[in-house]
Ligand binder design. Structure first.
Ligand code: AMP
Length: 397
């Protein structure tokens, strides 16, 4: 038998992403994605020892998607029975105030995640459906929930409290929770290793810049501030999400234009951000258009980097002393112009980006600041699947 492996699951409303992950090394012998669940033309793309396999067919629900994935493991490998699979690890978006750690899933956990649906109406039901499917197909394996919000349960009250009527927190859970916790947790640990300091002694500003984006201030290894709030809409500019806007915007659009709150919510979540400004949510396209002289793309880039810079500055003040600023996620790991623009002219704060190092493309975690810089600037590729596998094993009794 090999080292402990975890079947890592990320269930979306119409999708199921799965990976078989070696919890010790992070190696992934098999993985796949089922899309368009609930439609007549669902697809599964599976990666294994045979390379990539694509299967089409009708997949009614998450349980059927797991069945299809299992058949594909059987038909195309890797052979699950040759691995020591110790758990199924589920990404769950919202754990509210209830969960500050990964937990082995019981009926009580399911009830608690169900109660949190009002805080994550799109995500938690999909996650629950994935859990139900996995429980049906893997009845003998422990199922573990890893919450996006859990890492930020260390936020102090003055950071997580909105200045709204005090009763709203207790009665309705209106507070900031933060997301991307699995990524922040993974990246912080790798950054501490790179800095050669114990995690408990490092202060970091970590920017997770993917399709969704958020930034976190990490004090002694623990999250003390983060830019996403009660929902994943607040904070940085994202692919299709606005990030921060005037909180009176909803009321204004509703009153002046008669738009419904649901429509405004959709527009701010799906039609805003880079897509709203430049017509493209893919950062590579924004960079390409900007290089071609497109004014809208140049403005989108400017708004994106300015917002990021504002957060870096404010989190510097929150922490007081910063060991490193860390970039991760598809944009953070790859877009050198973003890193340069967000941190230019900050040498008085001890922050310098070395242009040559910044342009270098490396798959490994690395520094892009000069060697003797007071504040290191790091690029650390995230690996949320590996973190979920690791945390799943750690949660087992
Ligand atoms: P993620 O959600 O972490 O997978 O990140 C997705 C985002 O990363 C998309 O906006 C991509 O355009 C962006 N991205 C991926 N590769 C690059 C690249 N080479 N340069 C700029 N952005 C990139």
């Amino acid at each position: 038998m090999s080292a402990p492996h975890v079947l890592v699951v990320n269930a979306g409303s119409s999708s199921l992403k799965y990976s078989l992950v070696d919890a010790t090394s992070g190696e992934t012998p098999g993985h796949g994605l089922v899309e368009r669940i609930g439609e007549s033309e669902s697809t599964l793309v599976h990666g294994g020892p045979d390379g990539e396999t694509r299967i089409e067919g009708a997949v009614a629900d998450h349980e059927a998607a797991f069945r299809m994935a299992l058949e594909t493991f059987r038909g195309h490998g890797p052979d699950l029975s040759s691995y020591d699979v110790v758990a199924v690890g589920h990404r769950v978006v919202h754990g509210g105030e209830h969960f500050s750690q990964p937990v082995v899933i019981t009926d009580e956990v399911i009830d608690a995640v169900t109660e949190l649906i009002p805080l994550a109406p799109l995500h938690n039901p999909a996650n629950l459906s994935g859990i139900a499917g996995a429980r049906a197909l893997f009845p003998d394996l422990p199922q573990v929930a890893i919450f996006d919000t859990a890492f930020h349960q260390t936020l102090p009250p003055h950071a997580y409290t909105y200045a709204v009527p005090a009763a709203w927190v207790g009665e309705h859970g209106i507070r900031r929770y933060g997301f991307h916790g699995t990524s922040f947790s993974f990246v912080s640990r790798v950054a501490a290793e790179l800095l050669d300091k114990p995690l408990e002694q490092v202060n970091l500003i970590v920017a997770h810049l993917g399709n969704g984006a958020s930034i976190s201030a990490i004090l002694g290894g623990e999250s003390v501030e983060t830019s996403m709030g009660m929902t994943p809409l607040e904070g940085l500019v994202m692919g299709t999400r606005s990030g921060d806007v005037d909180p009176a915007l909803h009321a204004h659009l509703h009153r002046e234009l008669g738009w419904s709150l649901d429509e405004i919510d959709r527009l701010l979540n799906r039609e805003s951000g880079l897509k709203g400004l430049a017509g493209e949510n893919d950062f590579r396209e924004v960079l390409r258009l900007r290089d071609e002289g497109d004014d809208a793309a140049a403005l989108a880039f400017g708004v994106y980097c300015h917002r990021l810079r504002k957060y870096v500055g404010s989190y510097y003040a929150v922490l007081g002393e910063v060991d490193a600023i860390v970039f991760t996620g598809g944009v953070g790991e790859n877009a050198a112009p973003v890193r340069a623009a967000a941190l230019s002219g900050l040498s008085r704060l001890g922050i310098t980006v070395d242009d040559a190092r910044n342009e270098e493309r490396l798959a490994e975690p690395h520094a892009i600041s000069p060697t003797d810089s007071p504040v290191a600037v790091l690029v650390v590729p995230t690996n949320e699947e590996w973190e979920i596998a690791r945390q799943s094993v750690a949660a087992l009794p």
